[in-house]
Design a binder for this molecule. Structure first.
Ligand SMILES: Nc1ncnc2c1ncn2[C@@H]1O[C@H](COP(=O)(O)OP(=O)(O)O)[C@@H](O)[C@H]1O
Ligand SMILES: [Mg+2]
Length: 261
């Protein structure tokens, strides 16, 4: 059953048409990899799903609830957008941790702020405790139990990215999105990040991953979408799209990776 349905998303920046009618769906517990050359609109698509950009046309549904409809102003109110954004967790290419806060606080901050806005303030110390415990669990899952009190600058890029993944998971999103999570990392640090993403896939976390790691996409993704110039050119299983692409454009794109093991 699809947890995410995207229908006919268009987005332009001035005269530049970046997304030209993107439709796909993602089933609960599955991993979708989006591949495509630089400039094909992958980041813009992720930003539209996370409502960091407003699509010019199209509909986005999560759990069969419309969270965005370009034709319906009611779902575009700022408070509604903020609430709907919580359906998604986002891990960026460049980590984007808060440099002034410890690892623990990076993970707990958003949950703490949300809890403060809720009505159960009377129970705040219990809530506070629960948020902290969950953060420690996530740190353990990321192999970073000893880094709770460290600051981001004290960590390697791979460790910072794992903190960013823990931070995204802390809000228990329905769908976890990654935008080239390893492309800012040295090759020797890429593996440790891909390993935790693979573990999340094994635990049936619903994920949408924009990546240039073809071997990883082939191994971990249930479904692959190849985008070019704002359109989906080809989609299917990794075996179809990555191993035996039907479209010439997909073949050309993949030939650039042919030296990979
Ligand atoms: N905020 C923006 N304003 C203007 N142009 C943008 C903006 N964001 C992205 N673009 C342009 O949209 C195109 C697609 O970009 P992007 O979504 O980042 O592609 P990808 O992630 O596939 O490399 C590029 O030509 C880029 O320059
Ligand atoms: Mg991008």
């Amino acid at each position: 059953m699809p947890i995410l349905q995207v229908e006919n998303i268009y987005k332009e920046f001035g005269k530049l048409e970046v997304l030209k009618g993107i439709s796909f769906s993602l089933d609960k517990g599955k991993t979708l990899a989006i591949i495509g050359s630089s400039g094909s609109g992958k980041t813009t698509l992720l930003r539209c799903l996370n409502l960091l950009e407003r699509p010019d046309q199209g509909i986005i549904c999560v759990n069969h609830e419309i969270i965005f409809d370009a034709e319906d102003k009611a779902v575009q109110r700022e408070a509604q957008i903020r609430k709907n954004r919580l359906n998604f967790g986002l891990v960026f290419q460049s980590f984007n941790l808060f440099a002034q806060y410890t690892v623990l606080k990076n993970i707990t901050l958003a949950s703490e702020l949300l809890a403060m806005g809720e009505k159960n303030r009377g129970k705040s110390s219990a809530v506070h405790q629960r948020i902290k415990e969950e953060a420690y669990e996530l740190l353990a899952q990321m192999g970073l139990s000893d880094k709770a009190d460290a600051y981001p600058h004290m960590l390697s890029g791979g460790q910072q990215q794992r903190v960013a993944i823990a931070r995204a998971l802390a809000l228990k999103p329905q769908i976890l999105c990654f935008d080239e999570p390893t492309s800012a990392l040295d090759p020797e640090l890429t593996g440790e990040v891909l390993r935790v993403v693979r573990e999340l896939a094994d635990k049936k976390t619903t994920m949408l991953i924009v990546t240039h790691e073809m071997a990883f996409a082939r191994d971990v993704a249930d479904h692959v979408i190849f985008m070019d110039e704002g359109l989906i050119v080809e989609e299917g299983t990794p075996a179809q799209v990555i191993t035996s692409p039907r479209e010439e454009r997909t073949r050309q794109f993949l030939s650039r990776f042919s030296n990979e093991p």
